[in-house]
Design a protein around this ligand. Structure first.
Ligand SMILES: *[C@@H]1O[C@H](CO)[C@@H](O)[C@H](O)[C@H]1NC(C)=O
Ligand SMILES: *[C@@H]1O[C@H](CO)[C@@H](O)[C@H](O)[C@H]1NC(C)=O
Ligand SMILES: *[C@@H]1O[C@H](CO)[C@@H](O)[C@H](O)[C@H]1NC(C)=O
Ligand SMILES: *[C@@H]1O[C@H](CO)[C@@H](O)[C@H](O)[C@H]1NC(C)=O
Ligand SMILES: *[C@@H]1O[C@H](CO)[C@@H](O)[C@H](O)[C@H]1NC(C)=O
Ligand SMILES: *[C@@H]1O[C@H](CO)[C@@H](O)[C@H](O)[C@H]1NC(C)=O
Ligand SMILES: *[C@@H]1O[C@H](CO)[C@@H](O)[C@H](O)[C@H]1NC(C)=O
Ligand SMILES: *[C@@H]1O[C@H](CO)[C@@H](O)[C@H](O)[C@H]1NC(C)=O
Ligand SMILES: *[C@@H]1O[C@H](CO)[C@@H](O)[C@H](O)[C@H]1NC(C)=O
Length: 731
């Protein structure tokens, strides 16, 4: 859990709440849980009253509770549905009704800077049009923001764009301005959209914060903090508290953001694993956003590096993995015998050059069994045994207990040494190898000592590398849609914070910060949203799929890990903002294309409710396969050890030069033969479309293995690159 860094305390608190609700259950509370009842699109009928319709449905199933008591809220601005407290029986009755698409529990979802933009080749002097940029509105679904932050000041901003239909309903003591034009909150206990966790201020400022000079973390990584589109407007939808983010609040935020008129939605929130599309509130909300031309950027998840851990799987969502930038924050420890080890942490403290005695957690506890003391579990360390000493712990999370018990410092085993988390005392996280050096040094001498230095930033020439925590493919719901789609910076990112938010998960850490360092796909997601908004300023009429395609086909190739195909880590590659505004060709998709895809996984009646029209699903062989959805990457599953032929159908639209000719280039793989038909595509006009087929022939390869290749359409200027991934999957 330590890999969630600043979000760790979220989990700790969540467990507390969970056990409280279990306690309530034990003393006989009625067993009703919040559910979401999704009804698809709103009917095009002026006389239709969603609220009374929803209450009517509830009345038909309610047992022992009035419909009005069970009802929580209705979704009626951008799509149709409601949240209600239901028993299992009631939920099953609703699910069987013809007019209902899906009924699912309102689960709790988890929340999952500065140099990062330069690292992407997106300097401060890049070509921008501040006028068109100020017409772009980014909807941030998160923990709210700290409205007084310099990142959200409105100096130099004109009035909100005329298309804006939202409101400033930020609650108590929350004032909007011409930069922060909208605020709403959907958390039941809180009084305002003010951010008390820091996460929402961080993501909002990364997407669209002002350029704020001379920002640093206690002198570390100094520079200008800025968002991808500093002139754009921000509308915040607060849905998360320390307890997490509920599905019913997620849908409420989408319902409003779409109707308010935002252009791009960024949501750095996700479940722990993928859910089918019709019971995934982010997929549902993002579908109705897509219908209105709004692209949703969503974090891939922080459950890597396990294969299949990516939780954001819908093809209409831009799913963002996290990778490193060219700076790393390190923290050195000097052992008493003179050896220096390089660890990972964001440590602003100094021990002033002195060496202090080392003690292992197992030798510093009189209260806990040894296995708990090893990892410095909360409550295990004895204050008088650790006083004036540096505690050595077998888990990174032990730093909180070391701080609480009053240790001087801590040396920790880190399971994610590629990421540096903020620590509340002089502490550093070591890789397994380096940690073992410390342990054998402890064994080798009677009076072991060490000095932990203040953190420093170093250059990292290997970047970008996919972060270990970043969730990996394959897509568990639609295996033929590669997820994540792209990667963006998400390691050691400095951005705006909430001055009342805890800086670390140690309750004793009383520091207050306006800017802080966080890591996660939560941080990469708003980077991608900022770039999507940047594209929108140049191409206001592009569809969400066209924007997505241009981000994917211009992404820079990255290096994979040896064990699984790189596409599972970073999709099409590392985001390249400047190239993305001029992709040459796009793989576009309309609502109808997505409906056709939904027809492959849901029954026709449900699809009809979702589409809101009388669309019928193709039957039999006409139905098609998800691999033929016009996606900017290509994936197929084949049977192990059997010869195969797979054909992909694609359509590309010319958005480059009027007269242009593209040649297909294949980066081959010796294990397969790839043919593109036709090999040359000539365009005479802008927005002209051409189709092509790509056929792969192979002899078959072992179960669980993968073969990668690449297709590039090249016109002498634009390289339109798509990864190709064939996976061998047995049953
Ligand atoms: C910015 O875009 C607007 C609208 O397209 C255009 O009128 C204006 O000339 C552009 N400004 C610059 C500096 O390119
Ligand atoms: C509003 O919130 C700010 C920031 O916490 C605080 O400084 C100010 O005193 C508050 N004002 C009122 C009227 O509560
Ligand atoms: C190091 O020096 C700083 C500043 O003088 C002081 O606050 C801190 O307590 C010192 N730390 C130790 C471990 O002596
Ligand atoms: C340290 O010594 C103990 C006891 O002799 C031994 O069990 C342990 O393996 C040693 N650890 C290392 C890292 O050498
Ligand atoms: C310090 O001790 C460690 C662990 O025994 C060892 O690996 C390292 O080489 C020692 N360093 C020096 C400079 O002797
Ligand atoms: C991949 O790694 C190799 C070897 O470390 C390196 O030479 C190459 O430049 C890297 N490629 C990319 C795209 O980073
Ligand atoms: C669907 O078809 C029915 C019957 O033909 C028609 O009354 C209704 O208006 C249609 N709905 C839409 C949204 O087109
Ligand atoms: C496109 O190319 C053709 C043939 O080379 C030429 O006749 C035509 O004028 C060109 N059109 C434009 C708009 O450049
Ligand atoms: C691609 O394949 C489809 C179906 O097999 C065929 O109808 C179509 O003509 C092919 N298109 C091209 C450009 O070869």
């Amino acid at each position: 859990m330590a890999k969630h860094g600043a979000l760790l305390f979220t989990h700790a608190f969540f467990i507390l709440i969970l056990s409280m609700s279990l306690f309530c259950k034990a003393i006989g509370h009625e067993d009703r849980k919040p559910y979401i009842v999704y009804l698809g699109s709103l009917p095009h009928d002026e006389l239709y009253s969603p609220l009374s319709y929803h209450l009517g449905l509830l009345e038909r199933v309610a047992e022992g509770s009035s419909a009005a008591n069970a009802w929580i809220r209705s979704y009626r601005r951008s799509f149709n549905g409601f949240a209600a407290k239901l028993t299992d029986r009631e939920s099953r009755k609703l699910a069987n009704m013809e007019e209902v698409v899906s009924v699912f529990p309102s689960r709790t979802y988890q929340l999952q800077t500065t140099r990062s933009w330069d690292f992407m080749g997106f300097g401060e002097t890049i070509t921008r049009n501040a006028t068109t940029e100020s017409d772009v509105i980014i909807g941030v679904i998160d923990t709210g923001v700290w409205p007084e932050s310099d990142s959200f000041k409105d100096e130099g901003f004109g009035p909100a764009p005329t298309k804006w239909k939202g409101a400033c309903n930020g609650g108590k003591n929350f004032t909007c301005n011409k930069k922060l034009i909208g605020a709403r909150f959907f958390t039941s206990e809180e009084e305002s959209a003010r951010d008390e966790i820091g996460h929402g201020s961080h993501t909002a400022s990364t997407a669209a914060g002002n350029a704020v000079k001379d920002v640093s973390f206690y002198g570390l990584v100094p520079g200008t903090a800025r968002g991808g589109v500093p002139s754009a407007r921000i509308a915040v939808y607060k849905i998360c508290t320390l307890e997490g983010c509920t599905g019913e609040a997620i849908l409420a935020a989408f319902d409003h953001a779409i109707a308010d008129g935002v252009d791009i939605i960024t949501i750095s929130i996700g479940p722990n694993h993928a859910f089918p599309l019709d019971v995934d509130p982010i997929a549902i909300g993002a579908f109705h956003a897509m219908e209105k031309g709004i692209l949703t950027s969503n974090s891939a998840g922080n459950n890597g590096p396990e294969e299949g851990s990516v939780s954001s799987v819908a093809p209409w969502i831009l799913t963002v993995a996290a990778s490193s930038t060219d700076h790393r924050i390190i923290d050195k420890v000097v052992l008493g015998n003179g050896s220096t080890l390089v660890g990972s942490s964001v440590n602003s403290f100094s021990l002033n050059g002195t060496s202090f005695p080392l003690i292992h957690g197992k030798d510093a506890s009189s209260k806990c069994p040894e296995i708990y003391a090893w990892i410095c579990l909360p409550g295990c360390l004895d204050r008088d045994l650790v006083k004036g000493k540096i505690v050595v712990c077998d888990k990174f999370g032990g730093n909180v207990e070391a701080h609480k018990a009053g240790a001087l410092g801590s040396i920790l085993l880190s399971s994610t040494p590629d990421v540096s988390f903020v620590v509340p005392l002089p502490a550093t996280g070591l890789s397994y190898q380096d940690y073992n050096v410390v342990k054998s040094y402890l064994n080798s001498t009677k009076e072991p000592g060490a000095n932990i230095l203040k953190s420093e930033a170093i250059k990292d020439d290997d970047a970008p590398i996919a972060a270990s925590f970043s969730s990996r493919g394959p897509n568990q719901i639609l295996p033929e849609i590669i997820k994540p789609d792209i990667s963006a910076p998400g390691v050691d990112i400095l951005a705006a914070y909430s001055p009342v938010a805890p800086v670390t998960s140690s309750p004793e850490d009383k520091r207050s910060l306006k800017y802080s360092i966080l890591s996660g796909t939560s941080m990469s997601c708003p980077h991608a949203a900022g770039v999507a908004a940047y594209i929108k300023t140049f191409h206001p009429d592009w569809s969400p799929a066209a924007i997505k395609s241009s981000l994917m086909t211009t992404a820079k190739p990255m290096n994979g890990t040896s064990t699984s195909p790189g596409e599972f880590s970073y999709g099409s590659g590392h985001i390249d903002p400047v190239k993305a505004i001029d992709p040459g060709l796009v793989y576009d998709a309309s609502k109808e294309d997505y409906i056709r895809l939904l027809c492959m996984v849901l029954d026709e009646a449900k699809v009809r409710h979702i589409s809101g029209d009388n669309s019928t699903c193709p039957k039999g062989s006409e139905k098609g396969s998800p691999k033929d959805h016009n996606y900017a990457s290509l994936a197929a599953n084949v049977t192990p050890m059997k010869p195969f032929t797979v054909t992909f159908h694609r359509t590309v639209k010319n958005v480059g030069l009027t007269n242009s000719t593209y040649q297909a280039k294949i980066m081959p793989n010796p294990k397969i033969d790839i043919k593109v038909d036709p090999e040359v595509l000539s365009f005479k006009t802008l927005n002209e479309e051409k189709t092509f087929n790509l056929t792969i022939v192979g002899e078959g390869f072992p179960d669980g293995s993968h073969v990668s290749a690449e297709l590039v359409w090249y016109d002498g200027t634009h390289s339109v690159r798509s990864p190709i991934l064939v996976s061998s999957v047995g049953n």
